[in-house]
Design a protein around this ligand. Structure first.
Ligand SMILES: Nc1ncnc2c1ncn2[C@@H]1O[C@H](COP(=O)(O)OP(=O)(O)OP(=O)(O)O)[C@@H](O)[C@H]1O
Ligand SMILES: Cc1ncc(COP(=O)(O)O)c(N)n1
Length: 529
């Protein structure tokens, strides 16, 4: 039964998928699994409850079935208002319930119906009365796809459970012919290293595979298979509503379920057969993201500012005034002295030897390698010595921020505060080097780029490796940090990034300030100091 009522508008809208199923309060099967599966597969989940079970991962201790009149009310409430792209049916429980749902299907004629003929829970509890099988078969004839497991397949065709895959396929073909609809035979309960399913076509229609297609799959070694049938059928209904292709829907749903089974180990729910992790491939919540991803995203605007600074353009095409570069280097030399002290403090707080060594090396190299560049340039070009002069307001503020964090913050916060000095320099170094290479920009009078040595220092693979290591340490610290500490890390990273930006621009702003001061004072006829 295809067609009749279709939803308001096809296309890119998120499809509405209704689950009509029993409730599993432990969340692994039934309507709870369906809602997660539909959501994880890109649908909007609606849910009508056929029965309430009292169950957990160990078993079912009770079933309560509300009056069928109320079931019909729930069904009508949904279908009177919402255009349904697909309906997935799970636990029916009794013949009355099955008949009620069948009647509603006849009245509403949903475009797509996937029936998972739930009969027995993994734990062994019966979820369908003995006398209800006939009513389920009647209902199944109205479905677009039926997805029985090995035991359910046997009951539906009135045979013993298949002991082999070929036998299961044969029973699937018998059922498809009996019902006149598609059947998905599931290999989950058969032994073997593989876990194949097979889509057996119903009556031929356009786009319908003519023959049975086996969709092979790996068997995941896990005890957590509670609710796989519910999750699979909901996923297929959703993916079909998106793709309009049964085979594609089965392939996508099975691939997704394999991941959910694999990731079930990241959950810790109950002592029995646990649930699968429905949201294994969804972007993790902000709480579970890497610090470096969060921090990088949060400071995108600051980085845009940095790459747009005249200082960076001047470094790239060599047009940066040597006086501005000397100013910058002089401030940087003052900064590096304090920064190396802060790195040494970071080392002192480090929880493990490898991290301690890393920060100590960074503190040393900061004074040795980087300072060398400053020494050479400053002596040659500016006639001053490394660390001479006084800190301007930006340098002062940046150093105060770092030393305050070193004095009062946790290790994680301090790591976040020192990280931008690695990361943003590596970024600028790479950016400038790439531009110089790609655009063949101006060289100095001797054919050499005037700032080649600076560029080489920060675009150096060794510096890139140190930056990568600092990022790994920050992510590790973030994983162990409390929520308050995590917020503090983001704030510390943000402020250091802002200071980095202002630092690159400090020579120009101090010149502009002096210039505007001069202009204003001249206008007023004042005498400059
Ligand atoms: N260990 C496993 N590894 C990989 N796939 C599995 C595994 N167990 C089941 N599956 C898959 O899960 C889906 C459900 O299969 P299964 O035969 O277990 O249905 P079911 O018995 O109706 O499920 P449920 O356990 O929810 O009752 C099928 O696609 C099957 O291939
Ligand atoms: C409400 C409800 N519906 C379906 C199942 C079958 O799932 P499983 O076979 O994994 O126990 C269940 N246990 N509970």
């Amino acid at each position: 039964m295809e067609a009749a009522r279709t939803s308001r508008s096809a296309g890119s809208r998120i499809p509405n998928i209704l689950s009509v199923a029993g409730s599993d309060p432990s969340g692994g099967a039934g309507i709870q699994a369906d809602i997660k599966s539909i959501s994880a597969n890109g649908g909007y989940a609606l849910a009508v409850v056929t029965a309430l079970t009292a169950q957990n991962t160990l078993g079912v201790t009770g079933v309560h079935t509300p009056p069928v009149e109320f079931l019909r009310r729930q069904l009508d409430a949904v279908s009177d208002d919402v255009a349904l792209d697909a309906v997935k049916i799970g636990m029916l429980g009794s013949a009355d319930v099955a008949r009620c749902v069948a009647q509603w299907l006849d009245d509403v004629l949903p475009a797509v119906v996937v029936l998972d003929p739930v009969m027995v829970a993994t734990s062994g509890a019966r979820l369908l009365d003995d006398d209800a099988v006939r009513a389920v078969v009647d209902l199944a004839a109205r479905a677009s796809l039926v997805t029985p497991n090995i035991a359910e397949l046997a009951v539906l065709v009135g045979a013993e459970p298949a002991a082999s895959w070929p036998e299961a396929l044969h029973q699937g073909e018998v059922l498809a012919a009996l019902l006149g609809t598609r059947v998905l035979v599931k290999g989950g309960h058969l032994p073997g290293e593989r876990c194949p399913d097979a889509l057996i076509p119903g009556p031929q229609g356009p786009g319908e595979p003519e023959q049975t297609v086996v969709v092979d799959g790996r068997r995941v070694d896990t005890e957590n298979a509670h609710g796989t049938g519910c999750s699979l059928s909901s996923a297929i209904a959703t993916r079909y509503a998106v793709t309009s292709d049964w085979l594609e829907a089965v392939r996508e749903a099975k691939f997704w379920l394999e991941g959910a089974l694999e990731s079930s180990c990241s959950l810790d729910v109950g002592r029995g057969s646990g649930p699968v992790h429905h949201f294994h491939s969804m972007p993790e919540s902000r709480h579970h993201q890497l610090f470096t991803d969060l921090a990088w995203r949060d400071t995108a605007a600051v980085r845009r500012d940095i790459l747009g600074l005249p200082f960076v353009a001047g470094l790239t095409d060599g047009s940066l005034r040597p006086a501005d570069f000397s100013y910058y280097l002089q401030q940087d030399a003052l900064y590096l002295r304090e920064y190396s002290g802060v790195l040494a403090r970071t080392a002192a707080l480090a929880p493990a030897d490898d991290e301690r060594l890393f920060w100590l090396r960074a503190a040393t190299s900061c004074l040795e390698t980087e300072a060398e560049l400053h020494r050479t340039w400053l002596t040659r070009e500016a006639g001053t010595r490394f660390g001479e002069g006084s800190a301007d307001p930006v340098t002062r503020a940046y150093c105060d921020h770092l030393t305050a964090t070193a004095a009062r913050g946790s290790y994680a916060e301090l790591v976040a505060a020192v990280l931008p000095c690695f990361w943003l320099y590596a970024m600028v170094g790479d950016y400038v080097q790439e531009q110089v290479r790609d655009e063949g920009v101006e060289r100095g009078p001797d054919g050499v780029h005037p700032y080649a040595q600076w560029i080489a220092t920060y675009a150096d693979p060794g510096f890139a490796e140190a930056t990568a290591q600092a990022k790994r340490v920050a992510d590790r610290a973030h994983r162990c940090a409390s929520p308050t500490e995590r917020d503090a890390m983001l704030r510390a990273f943000h402020w250091s990034s802002v200071y980095e930006r202002d630092f690159f621009d400090a020579a120009r702003s101090s010149r502009m300030q002096a210039g505007s001061l001069q202009a204003a004072d001249l206008r007023e006829g004042a005498v400059l100091p």
